[in-house]
Write a protein that binds this ligand. Sequence first.
Ligand code: FAD
Length: 371
Amino acid sequence: MQRRHLLAAAGAALTLPARALDFALPRAPAAMRISVDRIIDIAVGIRPFRAQGPRIEAERLFSKHIVHHYGHGGSGWSLSWGSAQRALAIIHAQARPGERIAVVGCGAIGLTTARTAQQAGFKVRLYAKDRPPHVHSSAATGLWTPDSRIVTSEHASPAWQADWVAMARASFKVHQSYLGLPSGPVEWHDGYLLADDGFDAPVPGHVGEPDYPHLHADLRPHGKALAAGEHPFHAAHARRFTQLVFNIPAYQRLLLDDFARDGGELVQREFRQPRDLARLPERLVVNCTGDGARTLMADASLTPVRGQTARLIPQPEVDYAVIYRGQNVVALPRRDGLLIAAMGEHDFGNADLRPDRAHSEAAVRRLAALF
Ligand SMILES: Cc1cc2nc3c(=O)[nH]c(=O)nc-3n(C[C@H](O)[C@H](O)[C@H](O)COP(=O)(O)OP(=O)(O)OC[C@H]3O[C@@H](n4cnc5c(N)ncnc54)[C@H](O)[C@@H]3O)c2cc1C
């Protein structure tokens, strides 16, 4: 009897102070292990940028209904679902649920368009030259960035911006329905915005980029300025934020699995000219070819914007992101690795898919200086 009391008392002694400590002292975040010998992969992708924003419109071509759905710049993952709902409204005007439609492209936009159409009752056949992980979407960082290279200031009229806010909000809502799943396609993580010279100092420019507008959908917590001693980084200025993160490989796999489970078919095929689309058996074709539309449709409104990401060996104990402002480097705690992204000086108008290892190594070294 006495022994049982003793054990109970010991149990209380062991658990209570530990809980009390949790409240008193915020846990120091686990240090990222940052070194170039931990790089396990480097990926290069192209952002399909259009100054006027994504092209979401129907065209009658060789007796087919073509619904164009491409040109999402650096925002394709973030805006995908809201944009797919726009495309669906156009599909509805031309075809009836139950009919089989074709979706060309298996990146973020093609996959989410296919799923959105399936959920609305359409049968869908996906055609694509490449599939994940060999699409540009697979190289993405995986942050909620609905305002990244999505339009130029010149084209961001109040009406355009109102449309964009509606699209971002609709997309955000669908992303939340992918939280809490075993493979973790979508997660929320805290992060630290760090700077050496304050947050108002201009970020170094990049060659040839147009002027982008400040767009706000007000869909994330505002964050908090941290005093020295409230964070462990070697940086003069810090803010803590909370952000939506996409684990891209898990997200792509889940979308492909759900697509197949709902009877979707995936056909590997390359289309070389618009007339090739007309040869498809489906009456309606949704063109989600991203930067591929630049050649397929000879669309000069598309500008390729190169991007490169590197992955370091995964560190499951790291649960925060870092954006090192001014030093042009982002680190994300993705499940498939610590994802390191850095913009290149000559990305705009650049479609070079060759990896530049020195660029990623330099980004890793800039990040390492923080720890
Ligand atoms: C480095 C980098 C980081 C990024 N980070 C983010 C981020 O953090 N958050 C975010 O929201 N967005 C991000 N983006 C942007 C986002 O990845 C893009 O907007 C998105 O990939 C566009 O998707 P897509 O489906 O239109 O294009 P793609 O992924 O290029 O897919 C196009 C599909 O069409 C097929 N196709 C093309 N041409 C043909 C043809 N002629 N015949 C047959 N099939 C064809 C391709 O094979 C492919 O399947 C990033 C992009 C890059 C490159």
